[in-house]
Design a protein around this ligand. Structure first.
Ligand code: ADP
Ligand code: MG
Ligand code: MG
Length: 204
């Protein structure tokens, strides 16, 4: 199978459901190594995305991703909104003109997203941020030629769990220095909900 507008919309819907269901947990994670607003930021942002993308008919994947990006950038106050918004914006540009995406197309889009996140946030891998989920996911999709729901979820979960042992050197969590070790990165957990949302969406 390949990702079409239908799967991309389903992806956003399931991601939103995951985030709404775990809003309190995401906030709790951000209370430990941040300012305690991550669940609120993401729940608001993704609800606005859903309102936007379910309000109209789309022909192009790039248009869905662009509306997602613009909504996250404009509706979320925290660092995570503009960063994830940039990721969706770069994906939108990367898939322009494509009616469906295979794993290689999707990996290419993710790689653009990662470049955008890095440029905007000045972080790289192993700094205990959402990049530590996005980057392994791009590597994973580059290496396979099928969307396997189980492996997508497993890969995202492993990546998310690895942030626990990392020390934060970017974002608010960096103020906690060594004390950030032993806590999951909130943005990495949101990213897990996003990629496990994709896994559900590809099941159809
Ligand atoms: P804020 O830190 O402004 O309150 P959120 O709490 O919504 O924003 O989001 C925090 C998350 O954003 C972190 O857990 C981390 O994953 C991500 N993040 C923060 N700074 C950066 C950065 N420079 N690069 C990549 N991701 C970052
Ligand atoms: Mg925060
Ligand atoms: Mg904040």
């Amino acid at each position: 199978m390949e990702l079409t507008v239908k799967e991309i919309i389903a992806w956003l819907e399931i991601s939103n459901t995951n985030i709404q269901e775990n809003k309190a947990y995401l906030t709790e994670l951000d209370q430990a190594i941040g300012d305690g607003d991550h669940g609120i930021n993401m729940a608001r942002g993704f609800q606005e995305v859903l309102n936007k993308v379910t309000d109209q008919e789309y022909e192009a994947i790039s248009d869905v991703l662009k509306d997602t990006a613009m909504t996250l950038i404009s509706k979320v106050g925290g660092a995570s909104g503009p960063l994830l918004g940039t990721a969706f914006l770069k994906m939108s540009t990367a898939v322009k003109g494509q009616e469906s995406l295979d794993t290689a197309d999707f990996a290419a889009a993710l790689n653009e997203a990662i470049n955008g996140i890095k440029q905007r946030g000045k972080a790289t891998e192993e700094e205990k941020t959402l990049l530590d989920v996005w980057s392994p996911m791009a590597d994973y999709f580059s290496a396979v030629d099928q969307f396997s729901a189980e492996v997508i979820t497993e890969t995202a979960k492993d990546a998310m769990e690895k942030t626990k042992d990392m020390m934060a050197t970017k974002g608010r969590a960096a103020y906690f220095k060594e004390k950030s070790i032993g806590h999951l990165d909130p943005g990495a957990v949101t990213s897990f909900y996003i990629f496990s949302g994709l896994a559900e969406a590809v099941k159809g």
